[in-house]
Design a protein around this ligand. Structure first.
Ligand SMILES: [Zn+2]
Length: 645
């Protein structure tokens, strides 16, 4: 499955020649310059919502022009319908089951993975990124290889949709232009990530943040920023010698197939993404390619175009033969997966394989769609074409069986050896860094599906999406009622129980919240985040002993759990167990140096232990982050008074 027939030999040979000569434009009689690389990723952008993909009403003149000046791939599949896993695939040329990143906010790209940025940095390029969402924060591993990585500050603790924090496209564009100007005299690899079309859709023309019209406006706004970015490239005189590749990470349901946003299903609405490649002198203008290609092919393609050696390990192939017209089809099969239904509801994972006109979807049931006659995937053709379904089922199994081994996840290294020793002295000996559920947590490590078919629960999942949205807007009564209705259909859905507990807590219904947290933890006892949320509630309710018991268990699951350290520090200090409090708060403030609550609590413990200089330093840090904090100012004065005595 990794080889795609004779084509791959040609591709490999071309890659080798390029590597040896080091200059691809020279090979193809092009500009002869040494190419820079500008990679633009457009989040949540449905291919069929751009003008160049045939939507006449779309206001996307800049992306349309980019397509006219280069090549447009009509059928590009993503391999994951979530932002972080998909971007990891774009950056590594590996499928998610190889790079190991399956879920936003949970997994991180291992340091052992080789990214485009690392390859370019090694080759002497200046490498920089301007990204728009906390989902791709450096802590999730995508910053490896970048000299500069400009992203989004961490959202406030306790925010239920913490990964949704974003920067607007105009801000990202300004940032990217600055990065470009600073690097205009060097050979560069610049990644620019736009997030505007991601929910909620904000448009002055269409105030309904759920409407398709507002979504279209977000796409149009992003297009304007892409136009500004490409203009900036031209004004710096870099247009002729810069490869521009624009690709999406996944699409958006927009209510088709009962899916509202993205992540739960693998329909074309979310699988198909735009892929545009402009490379003056190499890629003929106006080329349109109908063959199946994949986001996993992006990295090999960029490297070949930029005259770099191919990746040692890749799930993809270079699309160069299609770009230059040497081939019209590479007979590629496109794989896509989503573990969300398993992770959130303990329903089956979904995987799909597309080959030519056929798309086979495998979860607890099989579905087959003939995309040539049924592009909307409305008529299941398994009964009509059982032979096709069976063949694709076996190809899917083979693809996964013959995959290279998954790159091992990084061991939790956030704790220093000194911290580990001190925690061990407090009785935390032999802590496991990994969630014991982890190998199974995505439900993607076994080919045979576990749990019922998510497609049969599309209506219920839709209600859950609405409830999450209501939580985000502070509509807790509505959210609680919707979550309860989801639990009628899915009584053991861990994420629904956790979200209901969180919602009840926000409503001040603490007893009911406690019972719901207990139910959630009975379903997933090793979920350190839920346990830490529960412990937070107990702490806020001044139930110190109970908070310690829960945070203690959370910490044994994940020794790097900032919240658990904070809770233990605060609770122990309330119980006057100051030495234990200090150890946990010192770890907490090192894990998250920007969180004022931990800094303030540590300052207070230092003060009580008459370590006034250290106390004053903590309070100064709080004031630097929150200049208006009256308690910190008063505490600093008290510490300085003690120091002056
Ligand atoms: Zn995304």
């Amino acid at each position: 499955m990794w080889a795609v027939g004779a084509g791959i030999v040609v591709v490999a040979a071309a890659a080798w020649i390029v590597y040896r000569t080091g200059s691809l434009p020279h090979l193809f009689g092009g500009s002869g310059g040494r190419l820079n690389v500008l990679l633009i990723t457009v989040d949540t952008t449905r291919a069929d919502h751009l003008g160049c993909y045939g939507r006449p009403a779309a206001e996307t003149p800049n992306m349309d022009r980019l397509a006219q000046e280069g090549a447009l791939f009509r059928r590009c599949s993503t391999s994951a319908v979530m932002t972080l896993p998909s971007h990891c695939t774009i950056m590594t040329g590996l499928y998610p089951f190889v790079h190991g990143v399956r879920r936003n906010g949970v997994d991180q790209l291992p340091a052992a993975a080789t990214t485009l940025a690392e390859v370019f940095k090694t080759a002497g390029f200046a490498t920089a990124a301007a990204v728009a969402s906390y989902v791709v924060d450096p802590r999730f591993g995508l910053a490896q290889g970048f000299d500069a990585y400009h992203g989004v500050p961490k959202p406030r603790a306790g925010s239920v949709s913490a990964t949704d924090a974003e920067r607007k496209g105009d801000v990202v564009c300004n940032d990217a232009l600055e990065l470009l100007r600073e690097r205009a005299r060097q050979r560069f690899f610049l990644w620019v990530h736009f997030y505007d079309p991601h929910y909620p859709y904000e448009s002055p023309r269409h105030p309904d943040v759920q409407s398709a019209a507002a979504y279209a406006d977000e796409v149009a706004f992003m297009d304007v920023q892409i136009g500004r970015l490409l203009d900036g490239l031209r004004k710096l005189g870099l247009e002729r010698n810069t490869l521009v590749l624009l690709v999406g990470d996944h699409g958006e349901g927009l209510d088709e197939h009962l899916e509202y946003q993205h992540g739960y299903f693998t329909y074309e609405t979310c699988e198909q993404v735009p892929l545009l490649v402009r490379c003056p002198g190499v890629v003929p203008a106006g080329r349109q390619i109908d063959a199946v290609v994949r986001t996993v092919d992006v990295a090999p393609t960029i490297l070949e175009l930029a005259g770099q050696p191919p990746l040692r390990e890749t799930s993809g192939v270079s699309l160069m033969p299609l770009l230059t017209g040497r081939a019209t089809d590479l007979q590629l099969r496109a794989y896509v997966e989503t573990p969300e239904a398993y992770a959130l509801f303990r329903l089956s994972t979904i995987r799909a394989l597309t080959a030519d006109r056929w798309k086979y979807i495998w979860s607890a049931s099989s579905q087959l769609f003939d995309l040539a006659s049924d592009p909307g995937e409305l008529r299941d053709a398994v009964a009509e074409h059982p032979d096709v379904a069976a063949a694709l089922h076996e190809q899917l199994r083979t693809l996964l069986q013959e995959a290279p081994p998954r790159i091992p996840a990084d061991k939790a290294a956030a704790l220093t050896s000194d911290e580990t020793a001190r925690l061990e002295s407090l009785g935390y000996a032999g802590m496991v860094a990994d969630d014991p559920d982890a190998p199974d947590a995505s439900g993607l490590d076994t080919f045979e599906p576990q749990g019922r078919d998510p497609h049969a629960f599309a209506e219920v999942i839709r209600v859950y999406e609405h409830a999450r949205d209501a939580i985000g807007r502070g509509r807790f009564a509505q959210a609680a009622s919707e979550l309860r209705s989801v639990l009628v259909a899915l009584p053991d859905a861990p994420a629904v129980l956790r979200d209901l507990a969180h919602t009840l807590r926000q409503q001040g219904k603490l007893d009911e919240a406690s019972r719901t947290y207990e139910r959630a933890l009975a379903v997933m006892p090793s979920d350190s985040r839920t346990r830490a949320d529960y412990a937070f509630m107990l702490m806020d309710n001044q139930q110190w002993e109970q908070a310690i018991a829960q945070a203690d268990r959370a910490l044994r699951l994940n020794p790097n759990d900032f919240s658990a350290h904070l809770i233990l520090g605060v609770a122990y200090s309330k119980l006057e167990r100051l030495d234990e409090a200090r150890v946990h708060l010192e770890v907490a403030t090192r894990l998250e140096p920007q969180t004022t609550r931990a800094l303030y609590a540590l300052g207070t413990v230092y003060f009580q232990q008459e370590r006034f200089a250290q106390a004053a330093a903590c309070f100064r840090k709080v004031l630097a982050l929150e200049p208006g904090s009256k308690p910190a100012r008063a505490a600093l004065q008290a510490a300085e008074y003690e120091l002056s005595r």
